[in-house]
Design a protein around this ligand. Structure first.
Ligand code: AMP
Length: 292
């Protein structure tokens, strides 16, 4: 028998109950399940997570769900880029995959009243300006974990605070799965890949490399022995300020485990994190400083 065409090895499930039944059957058959949660409009950063999950699983589930509960009322839920047909085409090249793409109404009961709240790690960085964002993220990930029953779930370091929070939830609530962190995948000029990059007009797209440049600058300073947190944060701010249309939201060094502000003399591992707005597009990027 010839191999079936690659596209036919994609299976699309819409119904959460069907997803869970399928996952239970895989589990009973002893198959290891790998989950990659996404909001779609896929790019090579997402695909790298699919490959990471594939290394440790027999079955790969990619969820595509623009989760309304993690967007604030003035955020870009309506304009978040979507192209399901293109997503399927990209995933088709990755071999057998189950795509779980539910409707919001099937995910959330109209009278749902239980959510996952974390109030320490979630209150700083992105959480400071996006109240409720991480409650939405943690709640939907908890639900995805219950529906797809993964042995491993892959998350990108691009969303460092999210990764840290998911790790904390998995530990604190005893989810029986391992989190696989994936490295940040970048455009050739250094801009971290993001579904939102497509919304940058050309002038802003050119300036958006300032995030990556700022992070490289402090990595180099740290490698030369700069131990002062304030000096590295000042370098971050100064590099972002070279982009005329950039509006800085935060440029901070934080302890990777507690996400508390780094002490006056930082020590590894320290997260250096940036959020920068260009017009109505908000970009984030980060690096983990490990050499102290
Ligand atoms: P999103 O679709 O933006 O919610 O992202 C889904 C997953 O892909 C998250 O775990 C992100 O951290 C990850 N991701 C997004 N962009 C990148 C990137 N440039 N490199 C690596 N992982 C990424």
């Amino acid at each position: 028998m010839p191999e079936p065409p690659v596209m036919s090895r994609l299976e699309v499930l819409r119904d959460p109950a069907v997803m869970q039944t399928r996952a239970l059957a895989w589990r009973r058959a002893g198959r290891r399940i790998g989950l990659v949660p996404t909001m779609g409009y896929l790019h090579p950063g997402h695909i790298s997570l699919v490959r990471l999950a594939r290394e440790q699983a027999d079955v790969v589930v990619v969820s595509i769900f623009v989760n309304p509960t993690q967007f604030g009322p003035r955020e870009d839920f309506a304009t978040y880029p979507r192209d399901f047909a293109r997503d399927l085409e990209l995933l088709g090249a990755e071999g057998a995959i189950t795509v779980f793409a539910p409707e919001a109404a099937a995910v959330y009961a109209p009278d749902a009243s239980v959510q996952v709240c974390e109030e320490r790690l979630a209150s700083c960085l992105c959480g400071a300006t996006r109240p409720g964002h991480f409650r939405g993220v943690l709640t939907v990930c908890a639900k995805l974990f219950h529906l797809a029953l993964p042995d491993v779930a892959a998350f990108g370091r691009k969303d460092a605070q999210q990764l840290r929070l998911i790790e904390q939830m998995v530990r604190d609530l005893n989810f029986p799965l391992a989190i696989l962190p994936g490295p940040i995948v970048r455009e050739p000029d250094g801009l971290a890949m993001s579904s939102r990059n497509v919304r940058l007009p050309a002038a802003h797209r050119a300036q958006a490399t300032c995030l990556h440049r700022a992070l490289r600058t402090i990595e180099q300073a740290a490698a030369r022995g700069e131990r002062r947190t304030a000096a590295l944060e000042a370098l971050l701010r100064a590099t972002i300020a070279t982009a005329p249309d950039a509006r800085l939201e935060y440029a901070e060094l934080r302890d990777w485990h507690t996400l508390a502000p780094a002490p006056a003399q930082w020590h590894a591992p320290t997260l250096a994190a940036l959020a920068v707005h260009f017009g109505d597009v908000r970009l984030i990027d980060n690096t983990l400083l490990t050499a102290s």
